[in-house]
Design a protein. Structure first.
Length: 113
């Protein structure tokens, strides 16, 4: 993570959500400043893992596959990048959501889509 220039400084975070653990977020959000376009929650890999994964939705597979292009953050940090996610953070494991274009709302993705 050394050398990355994040859009928000560490001290700029408001307490938007109760501590719920860590998440994985793409540099497209934290470095480039794009909004969250796709989010999903999987079973946690570690005790402090919330299971949440946040992407802008513009990432190519090669980008996502490279661990240098993402980071581990407190969920509250990513909520400060995009407050639209806050409403959905209590959704259960297995939830997959995409942003409704032009809105600050998300819709669930089902296997039929």
């Amino acid at each position: 993570m050394e050398g990355k220039k994040y859009k928000l400084s560490a001290g700029a975070n408001e307490d938007l959500v109760a501590k719920m653990g860590f998440c994985l977020a793409s540099d497209k959000i934290t470095v480039d400043g794009l909004p969250v376009g796709y989010m999903y929650r999987e079973e946690p890999e570690e005790e402090d893992d919330s299971g949440w994964r946040f992407l802008s939705g513009t990432e190519e597979q090669d980008y996502v596959d490279n661990p240098e292009n993402s980071g581990i953050f407190e969920v509250n940090t990513i909520a400060n990048y995009d407050k639209a996610i806050v409403y959905y953070l209590k959704m259960p494991y297995g939830t997959e959501m995409e942003r409704i274009p032009g809105e600050d709302k998300f819709r669930k993705i089902t296997n039929n889509e």
